[in-house]
Design a protein around this ligand. Structure first.
Ligand code: PHB
Length: 396
C-alpha cells in the first residue's frame, strides 16, 4: 500500500461504472490510475439502478475484457412494447434498424468492472471520506481524502477525472463562472419496485394510460422490475403491497386482458426526474464524465449508456494527450461527448413527454399524446426514429 502521498497519471473520483470502466480502458493502454469513492462496494451493489445496455456497450464490456458474464446472463431484447389505449404495439428494433439492446442491470455492470479491476491489481479505494479536489488548473491536480482505515491521503495526478455522479464534489469544485447549467425539472417521478414474481411480458412494456405512465421491466425468471409515475414527494412507505399492485394493474389494463403476475414487493424507492447538462466538460486539468456532467430521466434508459459512451471517448482522448504530452488535446473530449449527450437529452425528453401524464393537463394534451404514439407505431419513419435512438447511435 502506498504512503500518504500517492502519485499516478490519472486520478479518478467515483468508482461507479464510468470511473471503473475508464480505469480499465486506461490500464489496457498502459496508463496508471487511482480510483476513490465515498461509498463502500456493498452500498453501490445494494442500490437498484436501470437495466438496459445498448449493444455497442455490451461489445465494449466484452471486447475490453471487462465482462463475459453479460453474454451468459444478459438477455438480448429485439424490441419494446408501446402500450396505449389499452393495447400493446411492438416496436421491432431488429427489423427496423438491425440492432438490439441487452437487459443487464447496472449493478451487474458495476460488479463485473469492480472484479476486473481487482483481478488486474488496480488501486481502487471504496469507503473513503471527506473527498476534495484541489489545484485543478495546476500541473498536478490532487484528490484529498481519508482512507477507509482513517489515514489522510493525497493523490497527485497529471489529469483528474470527475466521475462522481450528479451530487459529487468534482463539478461543484468548478467555479460557477466557468460552467453553464442547462436543466429541466419534471412535475413527476417514478415509483420503482422489485417484485418476486414470474415475468409478465417477454419484452419491456412502456405504458401510457389515463392514470399515468408505467414501465414493466424484468430482472430474472423470478424477480421483476416495475415502475409507475408518481408525485415527486411521494412517500414509498405510504404504499401497501396491495395498493402498489392495484395501481400498476389499472395502468396496464386494456381490452386485450393483459394483467401483471403479482408477488411480494422486496424493494421500493422514488426516483426523481431531471434533465441536466453542465458545459463545458473540462475545467483546467479536470474532466467530467457520466452523471457528474449530465443526467437524464430514466425513460429512455440512457443514463448508464451515456456514461459508458463518455469514457470510451475520454480514454481515447487521454491516451492521445498523454502520448503527445499535449493537454490541448483534452479540449476535443467535451464537444465529441456532448453531441451524443444532447441527442440523448432530446430522445429522453421526447419519450418522457409522450408517455407521462402532466398533472393538470387538458384532455387536449392526452389526445395529442395518443396521436403522437399512433404516429410512432403506425409509421416506419416514426418507429425507426425510436428504434435508432433506443438502441444507440453508432460511435462518433
Ligand atoms: C430497468 O429495467 O430498470 C429500466 C429499463 C428501461 C428503462 C428504465 C429502467 O427505460
Amino acid at each position: 500500500m502506498a504512503g500518504a502521498h500517492i502519485r499516478t497519471t490519472v486520478g479518478i473520483v467515483g468508482a461507479g461504472p464510468a470511473g471503473l470502466m475508464l480505469s480499465h480502458l486506461l490500464a489496457r493502454s498502459g496508463i496508471e490510475s487511482v480510483v476513490v469513492d465515498n461509498r463502500t462496494r456493498p452500498e453501490i451493489e445494494g442500490t437498484s439502478r436501470a437495466g438496459i445496455l445498448e449493444a455497442g456497450n455490451v461489445r465494449l464490456l466484452t471486447e475490453s475484457g471487462a465482462s463475459d458474464r453479460v453474454c451468459r446472463e444478459g438477455r438480448p431484447h429485439g424490441g419494446i412494447e408501446l402500450r396505449f389505449g389499452g393495447e400493446s404495439h411492438r416496436v421491432d428494433f431488429e427489423a427496423l434498424v438491425g440492432r438490439n439492446v441487452w437487459l443487464y442491470p447496472q449493478t451487474d455492470v458495476f460488479t463485473d468492472l469492480a472484479d476486473a479491476r481487482e483481478r488486474d491489481g488496480a488501486d481502487v479505494r471504496f469507503g473513503v471520506s471527506g473527498t476534495r479536489v484541489v489545484d485543478l488548473t495546476g500541473e498536478r491536480p490532487g484528490i484529498l481524502f481519508t482512507d477507509a482505515d482513517g489515514v489522510h491521503r493525497e493523490v497527485r495526478c497529471d489529469i483528474l477525472v470527475g466521475a462522481d455522479g450528479s451530487r459529487g464534489v468534482c463539478r461543484a469544485a468548478v467555479p460557477e463562472a466557468a460552467r453553464t447549467h442547462f436543466y429541466r425539472e419534471y412535475p413527476f417521478a417514478w415509483f420503482g419496485v422489485l417484485v418476486e414474481a414470474p415475468p409478465s411480458a417477454a419484452e419491456l412494456v412502456y405504458t401510457h394510460s389515463e392514470h399515468g405512465f408505467a414501465l414493466i421491466s424484468r430482472r430474472t425468471e423470478s424477480v421483476q422490475r416495475m415502475y409507475f409515475q408518481c408525485d415527486p414527494d411521494e412517500d414509498p412507505a405510504a404504499w401497501s403491497e396491495d395498493r402498489i399492485w392495484a395501481e400498476l394493474q389499472r395502468r396496464v389494463r386494456g381490452a386485450d386482458g393483459f394483467t401483471l403476475k403479482e408477488g411480494p414487493v422486496t424493494d421500493r424507492s422514488v426516483l426523481r426526474f431531471r434533465s441536466f447538462v453542465c458545459e463545458p466538460m473540462r475545467f483546467g486539468n479536470m474532466l467530467l464524465a457520466g452523471d457528474a456532467a449530465h443526467t437524464v430521466p430514466p425513460t429512455g434508459a440512457k443514463g448508464l449508456n451515456l456514461a459508458l459512451a463518455d469514457v470510451r471517448v475520454l480514454a481515447e482522448v487521454l491516451e492521445t494527450a498523454l502520448a503527445k504530452r499535449d493537454h490541448g488535446v483534452l479540449d476535443a473530449y467535451g464537444p465529441r461527448a456532448l453531441r451524443r449527450v444532447w441527442r440523448a437529452q432530446h430522445f429522453t425528453y421526447w419519450m418522457t413527454t409522450m408517455l407521462h401524464r402532466v398533472p393538470g393537463s387538458a384532455a387536449f394534451d392526452v389526445r395529442r399524446q395518443l396521436a403522437e404514439l399512433a404516429g410512432v407505431v403506425d409509421s416506419t419513419a416514426g418507429s425507426t426514429y425510436l428504434a435508432e435512438a433506443y438502441t444507440g447511435w453508432s460511435a462518433e
